[in-house]
Design a protein around this ligand. Structure first.
Ligand SMILES: CCCCCCCCCC/C=C\CCCC(=O)SCCNC(=O)CCNC(=O)[C@H](O)C(C)(C)COP(=O)(O)OP(=O)(O)OC[C@H]1O[C@@H](n2cnc3c(N)ncnc32)[C@H](O)[C@@H]1OP(=O)(O)O
Ligand SMILES: Cc1cc2nc3c(=O)[nH]c(=O)nc-3n(C[C@H](O)[C@H](O)[C@H](O)COP(=O)(O)OP(=O)(O)OC[C@H]3O[C@@H](n4cnc5c(N)ncnc54)[C@H](O)[C@@H]3O)c2cc1C
Length: 681
């Protein structure tokens, strides 16, 4: 990836990257692997046919020089990052059309956004992402059949480019508090969009800055003098020919960020901008021509697109983590440091147990997240199909589990990627390791699409309701079935089943403790809201415990029941990873296990011993496991993590890309340094 410019410039030719040469330590690691890595890759892809499709698709996009960067984005200005991102995003669209016309195996651009391929091509974000991830899904989910017929084709063909403009300077979480207004005038049959205050400026939407010419704008609906809460409207922002902002539209970019600097996040305000009545998305609620308001079956249906993105984020996190852990594991096989035994040669850093502990639980986490993400995606499809048929019964259950999985998956992945970076020592801090950019992309997900604490509190709210139902002996939905008051918890038995069971006991114990805190708060004279706030640290903790119980349960269930086709050698490794994920989290939550599961000090020691044993068992397969993710070097995008392990050559090569190294004496010498060096003080 960094090859074309650098090869000429490496100071010493013998230190240049040699195509095809593989680091001997990595070669040895690959020979040690006890299972067939291709079998695992096929499993991850969902079968041989899907594997072939993916390879073909990757080849089609990643072999195209137009889509590869000569200069890494981190060496570009913010403006050039956007320019480069937009150029590639548009080219990608044309290429996708070409692929489809030739019977290719990709249905839409959205498939290029999540996961590995998207982040390889548009490393620092895609200015068209929101168009595909939120604008089109909102049209599809909230438009009437007529609106869908009119807008969706235009949007798929990029004849209009949109974004999702909800968050304002003053409000992101509390969307009922949004201030932008859409006021209906029956005489002209138009809504007038207005931003009454500075805090009502839309702030954040991806692609809003200079890219989108339309947006779904979420605004307070006023008709017949009454406010009916927030609703989505399609608003034209820029002229379709000149791309100039429409009259009354104030729009721009919000500036550089920790990451995602090509996504063109923007601000937006309106000065009484008119739109026709049929540009309110009216699948759920409606405003009739005379201004009469017709209510939605549930006002939460307006939140449908957020739900969709929360669901896909979980899968996206697994992809980012697979990339980071591949970089760190390969580097740890190549890197040698210190003496384990005085006088002996320096070991590969992956031989230190502490290094195994930093990395292997996160290989396991990729699987834990993948299995939960698959389950959540299936549930999302079932529930949305039911909602379309008028049955909203399962919506709260979906909302509750999506919120906590979004929060836990993004938080865990951010921690994991930072741990991967630390595990690579100083070189992990280099931009060319691709760990800082990956972290920048991932940590954003803890905030966007529902800030994580807020998401966990949403789950906690559902858990409190479920607890009350359980106490009343009512039937519970599947994800909270363990709260059933008649359920007999199995006693501790030093097995992975016991850990999974233990997480349910912990969650049940914490949920009950929260209910008690709330009750005591109210009994002490607090309002229910004050009592909620007082208990909120505990509530967040209970929601996280509930999510961990769900993830471990899913993981174990997949290992027990979803891998029958796999060879015994591979099943054994998959079981080790599942056990490691469970033990790792059990040890991180030792206090909870002691408090809620009746374990003793010696059980903790047993867990510790078992964790060590698992790390050592997984060690010979570590490189094979990350190779099985089958991420091409263009996807890895890292000097530390390429398949051939030519780490030092690539570090030097990428350093030579810096414009600071273009001349033997930099211009700044004459401009300032020479005077300092010659000055007499
Ligand atoms: C394949 C493609 C791969 C792509 C990969 C993904 C890559 C993504 C890249 C894109 C990058 C960035 C995109 C980022 C976009 C954004 O951030 S858009 C803005 C997102 N904003 C938010 O998420 C705001 C968060 N806030 C909220 O959701 C709500 O305000 C909140 C839920 C916190 C509270 O809502 P209120 O209306 O105030 O609700 P309450 O009074 O608290 O009542 C809550 C009741 O409503 C139920 N509820 C809430 N939400 C939902 C929902 N979505 N569905 C169903 N039900 C919901 C809740 O359970 C309560 O019910 P109850 O009263 O208890 O019965
Ligand atoms: C990279 C990125 C891309 C984004 N893209 C878009 C986009 O395309 N479109 C769009 O509309 N928005 C977008 N957003 C905005 C995003 O959805 C919001 O930032 C997010 O919902 C959080 O809202 P906020 O920023 O107002 O944080 P706040 O709600 O102000 O949160 C600040 C703190 O207050 C706490 N807090 C808030 N409310 C509560 C509560 N009820 N209980 C306890 N604690 C609370 C939070 O936990 C947090 O610690 C994007 C954001 C980012 C970072």
């Amino acid at each position: 990836m960094f090859g074309r410019l650098a090869a000429k410039q490496v100071p010493n030719k013998e230190y240049a990257v040699v195509p095809g040469k593989v680091n001997p330590d990595l070669q040895r690691e690959r020979k040690k692997c006890t299972f067939d890595t291709l079998e695992l890759t096929h499993f991850l892809d969902g079968g041989v046919e899907k594997y072939k499709d993916r390879k073909e698709r990757e080849n089609f996009f990643l072999s195209d020089p137009e889509l590869m960067d000569d200069v890494p984005p981190e060496l570009m200005s913010h403006e050039d990052q956007y320019r480069n991102g937009l150029k590639k995003a548009c080219y990608l669209f044309k290429k996708l059309k070409e692929l489809r016309e030739n019977g290719g195996t990709i249905d839409n651009y959205r498939q290029l956004l999540g996961g590995s391929l998207g982040s390889a091509i548009l490393k620092d974000g895609n200015p068209l992402a929101l168009h595909y991830v939120m604008f089109i899904p909102t049209l599809m989910g909230q438009g009437t059949p007529d609106q869908c017929a009119y807008w969706i084709e235009k949007a798929w063909d990029c004849r209009v480019i949109g974004t999702y403009a909800q968050t304002e300077l003053g409000h992101g979480t509390f969307i009922r508090g949004l201030e932008t207004t859409a006021t209906y005038n029956p005489k002209t049959q138009q809504f007038f969009l207005n931003s009454p205050t500075l805090t009502s400026y839309k702030w954040w939407p991806g692609g809003l800055g200079q890219t989108a010419n339309y947006a779904v704008v979420v605004a307070q609906l006023y008709t017949k003098g009454e406010c009916h809460g927030i609703h989505p409207f399609i608003v034209q922002l820029r002229d379709e020919k000149t791309h100039r902002p429409m009259p009354g539209v104030i729009v721009g970019e919000i500036g550089p960020k920790l990451g995602m600097n090509a996504t063109n996040n923007g601000f937006l305000a309106f000065k009484q901008v008119p739109i026709p009545r049929n540009q309110m998305l009216m699948k759920n609620a409606q405003v009739l021509p005379d201004g009469t308001y017709v209510k939605s079956p549930s006002n939460k249906l307006t939140y449908g697109t957020m739900m969709f993105v929360r669901v896909v984020i979980v899968q996206d996190m697994a992809s980012y983590l697979a990339k980071a852990v591949t970089i760190a594991v390969r580097y740890s096989a190549v890197r040698r440091q210190s003496e384990m035994v005085p006088g002996q040669s320096e070991p590969q850093i992956m031989d230190y147990l502490t290094q195994m502990y930093k990395l292997f639980p996160y290989i396991a986490t990729v699987y834990a997240l993948k299995f939960s993400a698959q389950w959540l995606w299936n549930m999302y499809n079932d529930v949305t199909a039911k909602i379309d048929a008028g049955d909203l019964e399962l919506l709260p259950e979906l909302h509750s589990i999506a919120c906590c999985l979004k929060a836990v998956s993004t938080a865990d992945t951010a921690t994991a990627i930072e741990t991967c970076r630390l595990s690579c020592g100083g070189h992990g801090y280099m931009a060319c390791s691709n760990l800082p950019t990956t972290y920048g992309n991932v940590t954003a997900a803890s905030t966007y699409e529902g800030e994580n604490t807020v998401m966990l509190l949403q789950t906690a709210r559902a858990l409190m309701k479920a607890y009350a139902k359980a106490q009343a002996g009512e039937q519970l939905s599947p994800t909270v079935e363990y709260l059933n008051r008649n359920r007999k918890f199995r006693p501790w038995s030093n097995t992975v089943d016991s850990i999974v069971e233990g997480f349910k006991q912990i969650a049940a114990g914490k949920v009950a403790a929260c209910a008690l805190s709330l009750q005591r708060g109210v009994e002490s004279g607090l309002s229910s809201e004050e009592a909620w706030n007082r208990a909120s640290v505990q509530l967040v903790d209970a929601a996280e415990a509930h999510c961990r119980a769900f993830i471990t349960d899913r993981h174990l269930d997949m290992v027990r029941n979803g891998m029958n086709e796999l060879s015994p050698a591979l099943r054994e490794v998959m079981a080790q990873l599942c056990d490691l994920y469970c033990v790792f989290w059990a040890l991180k939550r030792t206090g909870d296990f002691l408090q809620f599961c009746g374990i003793r000090g010696e059980d903790v020691q047993n867990l510790q011993d078992y964790q060590n044993e698992l790390l050592v068992q997984i060690r010979p397969n570590a490189v094979g496991l990350v190779d099985s993710f089958d991420l091409r070097d263009e996807i890895i995008g890292s000097a530390l993590g390429s398949y051939d392990g030519q780490v030092y050559e690539r570090l030097l090569q990428s350093a030579m890309l810096s414009p600071l190294n273009a001349k033997p004496v930099h211009d700044s010498y004459g401009a300032s340094l020479s005077a300092l060096l010659r000055a007499k003080y």
